[in-house]
Design a protein around this ligand. Structure first.
Ligand code: S3P
Length: 175
């Protein structure tokens, strides 16, 4: 049995798609951000505030190491997870990684719609947010592109993805 990692930028739909996929595959869902929040009994926003981004990244790495071996699970990572330390390597060593890919315009629409507080973009106006997404995505994409599979979220059919993953696990089990 394997572990499936969903990676991609904030707003790409990792958490939502993880839940849908888990239902279809009868897998467990682990949302890395939620895991960190439960573990430290506080919010991601508060952790950024107290420890700064570097402090948060260290906790994120530690949390990732704790959950990578959870079998039969879909792990929704945070948008920055694959881009710090050797996290992408760790992810690829422990399961199948899927990059949920969206362009700047679509990410922008989805991030603006979501009411969720995200410390990295808090308080940004539309212009600044677009710049941030474009610049950050350019830095992060080389990491995201190391995923085993790259899927365009706009075309994504969860049912078809679940069938594909099932077939993939059957023919090419990892671990
Ligand atoms: C972050 C994305 C967030 C969360 C933290 C940092 C990032 O997760 O881990 O706010 O660096 O892109 P989501 O991608 O689930 O929003």
């Amino acid at each position: 049995m394997t572990t499936i990692f969903l990676i991609g930028f904030m707003g790409a739909g990792k958490t939502t798609i993880a839940k849908e996929l888990a239902k279809k595959l009868d897998y467990n869902v682990i949302d890395l951000d939620e895991y960190i929040e439960k573990k430290h009994n506080t919010s991601i926003e508060q952790l950024f505030h107290e420890k700064g981004e570097n402090g948060f990244r260290a906790l994120e790495k530690e949390a990732l190491a704790e959950i990578v071996k959870t079998e039969k699970s879909i792990i929704a990572t945070g948008g920055g997870t694959p881009c710090f330390y050797n996290n992408m390597e760790v992810i690829n060593q422990h399961g199948i990684s899927i990059y949920l890919k969206l362009g700047v315009e679509n990410l922008m629409e989805r991030i603006i719609e979501s009411k969720q507080e995200r410390p990295l973009i808090k308080g940004m106006g539309p212009h600044q947010l677009k710049e941030f997404i474009a610049q950050t995505l350019a830095v992060r994409e080389p990491y995201y592109m190391q995923a085993n599979y790259k899927l365009k979220v706009k075309d994504l059919q969860i049912g078809a993805l679940a069938d594909f993953i099932k077939a993939e696990m059957f023919t090419a089990p990892i671990n």
